[in-house]
Unconditional design. Structure first.
Length: 114
């Protein structure tokens, strides 16, 4: 079955204060549009999923294993599973499109409310 999502219209789900997400789940991988408000921080973490991302608006600062990378719109990244990273918006709001493989079941549970 095909699935469709309007990343402009929502629905949005709060991931943490100042950070919201809009996922699209496939069978084996997922897309996730993330909006980071100025001053919000995705704390240092790791997960077993491979993560690829594209900054679509604003500037994302991504700290991977202690090294900071400043990524303006149009820049992409890849983070292997198990690698420690953190992120925040520099200045204004930032939008990032992430791809995860395999699917983040914790995100599916958050969206479904289970």
């Amino acid at each position: 079955m095909s699935r469709f999502v309007d990343f402009e219209a929502g629905p949005w789900h709060e991931l943490m204060p100042g950070i919201r997400m809009q996922p699209l789940f496939g069978d084996e991988a997922m897309l996730n549009m993330i909006e980071l408000e100025p001053g919000s921080i995705v704390a240092e973490h790791s997960h077993p999923h491979e993560q690829l991302g594209l900054v679509v608006e604003g500037v994302l600062v991504l700290r991977i294993e202690g090294v900071e990378h400043r990524l303006p719109a149009g820049n992409g990244y890849q983070i292997p599973g198990g690698v420690s990273h953190a992120a925040w918006a520099e200045g204004a709001r930032c939008r990032v499109l992430d791809v995860f493989h395999p699917i983040r079941e914790d995100y599916r549970e958050l969206v479904s409310g289970k």
